[in-house]
Design a protein around this ligand. Structure first.
Ligand code: G
Ligand code: G
Ligand code: MN
Ligand code: NA
Length: 255
């Protein structure tokens, strides 16, 4: 069966599930939030990672119903977690086409109401392209921010990122793309991204925005980032994304 058709069937059968990756306080190692990351539980293939089907769904309108399902499932799970962890947040990735839907803010409002969630509890991860791509994403970003949801600017530094846009987006977090964290200690002749990361932290703080470093895989990276004032750490060194029952809650630390 063609992949697109298989994904339509998978949506009808609700064959998707969410894994969660901790985002921890750089200073204390406590879990502040969890990023929801979708997987497809294929009856024959097993767990399919999003890299295999999200691009196709983003190219069709399939991302819209999938995105709505992800929002609702993340909100449902968050309501359960917040009974014991009242400060916990979950952040959800929002695709450009999803953010461009006229009814996007209404869908978000409905999900918050259904689960009686504080809007501050649910974060939305948006990319620069989604917000500034001229598709109406900027209006919807303003609308959901107006509902009280915090926004995270995702994958910053992976494309043609612009610092000036930080001031034009009501974002609480800047997520530095893992490509910049990865080359942090690149050996010569590759040029290290360390000065860029330090400058981004400084600029973000000037704009009143907290910084999340993505893709932290080694304790030395965490120690450097902490020294530079980075607020939050995410990456395999802390934890891989995991099913709710398999999550380890820390606190974590760079040793
Ligand atoms: O887990 P992995 O590295 O394979 O994720 C690949 C990409 O899929 C990441 O860029 C991530 O943002 C994206 N992704 C994961 N879950 C979702 C989701 O629920 N919605 C959207 N739009 N993208 C997602
Ligand atoms: O684009 P987005 O930031 O949403 O992508 C998140 C993806 O990055 C997830 O699919 C997750 O599996 C992946 N990821 C998270 N931490 C690490 C890490 O430390 N190293 C690498 N290589 N990938 C990571
Ligand atoms: Mn993300
Ligand atoms: Na990212």
């Amino acid at each position: 069966m063609e992949l697109e058709q298989a994904l339509r069937v998978a949506l009808d059968r609700e064959e998707f599930c969410l894994h969660y990756q901790p985002i921890v306080d750089a200073a204390t190692g406590e879990v502040r939030a969890l990023e929801a990351l979708v997987r497809w539980q294929h009856p024959q293939l097993g767990l399919v990672p999003p890299g295999r089907f999200i691009p196709l769904m983003e190219g069709t309108d399939l991302i819209v119903p999938l995105g709505a399902w992800v929002l609702r499932e993340a909100a449902r799970q968050l309501q359960v977690w917040r009974r014991n962890r009242p400060e916990l947040r979950v952040s959800v990735n929002v695709a450009p086409r999803q953010l461009a839907q006229p009814e996007f803010a209404e869908v978000v409002r409905g999900v918050l109401a259904e689960f009686g969630l504080d809007p501050q509890a649910l974060m939305l991860e948006v990319t620069e392209g989604a917000v500034f791509g001229g598709t109406g994403g900027d209006d919807n970003a303003e609308r959901v921010a107006g509902l009280g949801l915090p926004l995270a600017l995702d994958d910053f530094g992976s494309g043609y990122s612009s610092i000036s846009r930080l001031h034009r987006l009501p974002a609480q977090w800047l997520k530095i793309d893992r490509s910049l964290i990865e080359d942090q200690d690149a050996p010569p002749p590759a040029r290290s991204s360390r000065p860029i990361v330090r400058a981004l932290i400084t600029f973000a703080h000037e704009a009143g925005v907290q910084v999340v470093a993505e893709g932290v895989e080694r304790p030395e990276q965490w120690r450097d980032l902490r020294e530079w004032g980075c607020d939050l750490i995410q990456g395999f060194y802390v934890s891989r994304p995991a099913a709710p029952d398999d999550l380890v809650w820390g606190p974590f630390g760079p040793g």
